[in-house]
Design a protein around this ligand. Structure first.
Ligand SMILES: [Fe+2]
Length: 250
């Protein structure tokens, strides 16, 4: 089976492939039904040629460094079979940019959108793509209004849903669902990780990172999605009790 990025049937093909790959749990099966239902029924169109020109150029260095070995080690699953033909076709880009980006997050978090504002197929209603994390990267606690699923294709990642919660390690074939506004953190160990992600629901372009301050209080910092789907810091505010209450932190 070869997935065509210009094929209007791609969303349904990917929904079927992901459904055949992951095993829902009692707590996430309704959210997965919604995610895959939204994907299966999605109406999208091929990206205009000029958008390809705008993003042409060398992919981030993490792609040449980690993607070949991740692809070689990737277990054969329906999702992997459907997505692998797109690895060379997506426009890989560094997700976070600017002076505020800490440590190796700038170079260590790379995405290639398949469906979305920067995708091979254009949609403003749902985003689907590939997400590569380099080794030893911590994508700090953050929250967003969209419903999100991560399907691990190769490697492994640990994810925790709250400041005091234990991390859960997810290996290839596994998945994690994050409800809207749920605070969550990703961390890789000695190996890189390749993930397929889907965002649906409220795609408001704000991604709030939680930051502990020297006095022990917490701020949340707003990363705003830019027109090219990268993110930049726009403002910060104290983390309020109301925000903590809806974040699933406790
Ligand atoms: Fe997220």
């Amino acid at each position: 089976m070869t997935a065509s990025p210009t094929n209007a049937e791609l969303p349904a093909l990917l929904a079927d492939a992901i459904a055949a790959t992951i095993t829902p749990t009692a707590t996430d099966s309704a959210m997965i039904d919604r995610l895959l239902g939204d994907l299966r029924n999605l109406s999208c169109r091929p990206a205009p040629p000029q958008s390809r020109d705008r993003h042409s150029g060398d992919p981030p260095a993490s792609i040449s460094r980690y993607l070949p070995s991740l692809a070689a080690a990737m277990p054969s699953t329906p999702a992997a079979t459907a997505l692998q033909p797109l690895f060379d076709r997506v426009d890989w880009y560094q997700i976070f940019d600017g002076a505020d980006i800490p440590g190796n997050l700038a170079t260590g978090l790379v995405a290639g959108q398949i469906i979305g504002g920067r995708g091979l197929l254009t949609s403003g209603d749902l985003y689907l793509g590939l997400f590569l994390l380099a080794p030893k990267v911590t994508y700090p606690l953050h929250q967003h209004a969209s419903l999100e699923i991560y399907c691990v294709l190769s490697g492994a990642v640990s994810i925790r849903h709250g400041r005091a919660k234990p991390a859960q390690r997810i290996q290839a074939g596994g998945h994690s669902v994050t409800p809207p506004h749920q605070v969550h953190e990703l961390q890789t160990g000695d190996e890189a990780c390749l993930i397929a992600y889907i965002w649906t629901g409220d795609l408001t372009g704000e991604n709030w990172w939680w930051e502990e301050q020297p006095d022990g209080s917490w701020d949340r910092v707003c990363w705003q999605r830019q027109a090219d789907s990268s993110w930049k810091v726009t403002h910060r505010e104290p983390l309020s009790p109301a925000e903590i209450a809806r974040s699933g932190d406790k």
